[in-house]
Write a protein that binds this ligand. Sequence first.
Ligand code: SAH
Length: 273
Amino acid sequence: MVQPKPGCVWFVGAGPGDPDLITVKGRGLIERAGAILFAGSLVSEAATRWAPADCVIVDSKDMTLEDMSAWLITQAARCETVVRLQTGDPGLYGALIELVQPLDAAGVPVQVVPGVSSAMASAAAAVESLTLPEVTQTVILTRMEGRTPMPEGESLQELAAHHSTLCIFLSITLLGKVTAALSAAGWSRDAPVVVVHKASWPGEEKIVRGTVATIQALCREAKLVSQSMIIASPTLGARHWTTLAKSKLYDASFTHRFRQASVPASQLTLDTP
Ligand code: SAH
């Protein structure tokens, strides 16, 4: 007897919270899913809003990894499109590989649809750019060491020594350790830090701005204990700077693949020192 072809398990990034921030592709998969396994309350709304009426929808919050892979394998034998819906992007702190391996072993095809990470949504909420010319051109996505140990060379103090942008996940309850690591790496007490809680969640987003010295007390006052992104960056607040090095890409003297320079560099009056 010919075995039925197994369905595909799609790991779909649901985005940071606002259901409108899922990708068009992710939404299309939910609309034709026979089964959806979603991760916690963050993404339940997207799942229930667009799933077909007969779709089996399950919250994974009380499941172990083994429970989840067994469930996904069973559903893939039953329906063509199975969705594992995760917050933000599935490739960041999402146990993606731990779930893919048992599916590979069972011969179930897997695909991944990226999502808008909370790091990007938090920067957007605060109208901040994570990179700026001549300030920093590097973004580090990381976390404070908690129950998950950090690999060698990746302590926050070592990473902060680069003085580039740090987007720190999963660490709001360890904010004191975060600021201690920044100080130990040479960040000044006045260096700006922004914490965004529930970035993009309609009506629930909170933005707390402070410095290495003040951010912990400000977040305690605002009662932020979960679902928060900590961004420490020399770019923060640039919206209000009066001097700013402009990106070469839009510079009139800069020729690139799509545009010839319209003004020779020598004729330009630069409005930044
Ligand atoms: N894959 C997710 C991250 C999951 S880890 C992503 O790409 O965003 C969970 C951590 O992500 C939380 O502890 C918090 O630091 C951050 N996070 C998730 N959603 C968030 C949101 N809407 N606003 C701020 N931080 C968020």
